[in-house]
Design a protein around this ligand. Structure first.
Ligand code: NDP
Ligand code: 2IT
Length: 449
């Protein structure tokens, strides 16, 4: 092993020893650090500076109690978190996730990814992530509001437009951001628009933010395919999830002429051979907050299958995982490739396991890694902060055009670094090196902090 491979191994062992249970965090650190070895070989100063030891340690981790009462006046106690990972290039920026699976390992993995993703956007934002093990499913609007108010009553002291700017993620959408913003404003007694992004249009939100992650994913994939003279037209696409990212990935894929045949939630998936009817998905998920199984009531020719994992056995040209982490394991990756899938674009964060990614790369699948391909959401969040600062709102076209430009730039930057470091189609390495470079330079310039 080379000196830098040894250095990376030492840092991976260090985080394992410190937090042996944080498997998701260990996996994402392994993915990033092992892929940037060729860059480290050329930049030995970062070993001298112990830059890796610093970059894997969050600047601050906050955990807090969230006590709230449901509609029957029963008291519940959840755990709230904010991981402030890295502020070298801007205020901490990243979503809040409300899901029963949330723990420190998952939030540290998401915050670590966010640091390099945000660097790739070229916008001035650091990396953070937060959330709670609260489960919004089946809760009334009033219960969600009570929870959000209790959550913000503690979080407010740790965030601010120049400090840390949360947004949505799984289980946190426009409704939750509204309640969180209302409580922040009430406690601070100031109209700090840019303290949260993903806001409603009547109080400082940006046009195109709801669409941004899904649209951005398709813009990235289109750039990658254009380079290979492959068209999206008439391609069969399998998408997982039916939340914010999946919905707008379906919309843009269809606009580009592709045929999307699936979507899913944590209970199961639907297969519609005629192409997913997006209006039905939106009605079920955004209006009724129901389950995707209801889709077949409106589209009797479609099939519903219990179990979300089966979606990867549907034959396709392109797979776009847009639900959650680790949804494509090695077995699913092998099934996709065996069925002729040639392109994988990650809309969710770390949806493919490490061995699945390795399998895709070894089998020459065109692979768009999450931190590059799903950066459209946080990019438009940063544009929302810009609009809030200048107290203006841009048109849909203006934001959408900026988003297109940002996604193309991220693709080109990842591709160039992949080429420069000798593995031209390895966008995992290219994106990691491109993202790491800027953070490492900014940290070096700011001295030992
Ligand atoms: P939503 O809460 O809107 O939707 C999540 C979707 O994924 C739902 O369909 C949900 O189904 C499904 N899902 C959640 N957990 C699981 C699970 N354990 N197994 C199977 N399905 C699951 O979240 P988003 O669409 O915002 O986020 C989806 C992914 O995209 C996440 O990985 C997120 O981190 C990432 N992302 C989000 C961005 C954003 O701007 N929102 C930006 C970049 C990345 P169910 O209803 O059954 O829970
Ligand atoms: O994972 C992500 O990039 C997000 N959930 C969006 C974060 C943001 O600040 O918009």
């Amino acid at each position: 092993m080379s000196e830098m491979q040894n250095y990376v191994e030492d840092v991976l062992n260090l985080i394992k020893k410190r937090d042996p249970d944080q498997i998701e965090f260990q996996n994402t650190v392994k993915e990033v650090l092992t892929s940037i070895v060729p860059f480290l070989e050329k930049n030995p100063q970062y070993k001298e500076q112990k830059l890796l030891e610093r970059i894997v340690e969050p600047e601050r981790v906050i955990t807090f109690r969230v006590a709230w009462q449901d509609d029957n006046n029963v008291t519940h106690v959840n755990r709230g978190y904010r991981v402030q990972m890295n502020s070298a290039i801007g205020p901490y920026k990243g979503g809040l996730r409300f899901h029963p699976s949330v723990n420190l390992s998952i939030l540290k993995f998401l915050a670590f990814e966010q640091v390099f993703k945000n660097s790739l956007t070229t916008l001035p934002i650091g990396g953070g992530k937060g959330g709670s093990d609260f489960d919004p499913k089946g809760k009334s609007d009033n219960e969600v509001m009570k929870f959000c108010q209790a959550f913000m009553t503690e979080l407010y002291r740790h965030i601010g437009p120049h400090v840390d700017v949360p947004a949505g993620d799984i289980g946190v959408g426009g409704r939750e951001i509204g309640y969180l913003f209302g409580q922040y404003k009430r406690i601070r007694d100031a109209y700090d628009s840019a303290v949260l992004t993903g806001k409603g249009l009547t109080y400082g939100g940006s046009l195109t933010r709801p669409e941004a992650t899904g649209y951005g994913l398709l813009y990235f994939v289109k750039n990658m395919l254009d380079d290979k003279n492959i068209s999206l037209k008439d391609k069969t696409v399998v998408i997982s999830g039916s939340g914010n990212v999946a919905t707008y990935a379906i919309e843009k894929a269809q606009e580009f002429g592709a045929k999307v045949v699936t979507c899913s939630d944590s209970n199961g998936y639907v297969y519609d051979s005629e192409g997913i009817d997006l209006a039905t998905v939106k009605q079920i998920k955004e209006v009724q907050r129901g389950r995707i199984s209801e889709y077949v009531k409106y589209r009797p020719n479609a099939e519903y299958h219990e179990g979300c994992h089966g979606v990867w056995s549907v034959k396709c040209d392109i797979a776009l995982p847009c639900a959650t982490q680790s949804e494509i394991d090695l077995e699913a990756a092998k099934t996709l490739v065996a069925n002729g899938c040639k392109v994988v674009g990650e809309g969710a964060n770390m949806p493919s396991t490490l061995d699945a990614i390795e399998y895709f790369l070894n089998n020459k699948i065109l692979f768009a890694p999450a931190k590059a391909a799903n950066a459209g959401g946080v990019s438009v969040s940063a544009l929302e902060m810009s609009q809030n600062s200048e107290r203006l709102s841009w048109t849909f076209e203006e934001v959408d055009n900026k988003l297109k430009g940002i996604m193309e730039n991220i693709y080109r930057n990842a591709k160039k670094n992949a080429e420069d470091f000798g593995d031209p189609d390895n966008l995992v390495m290219g994106a990691n090196i491109a993202g790491f470079k800027k953070v490492a330079e900014a940290m070096t310039a700011q001295g030992l902090v």
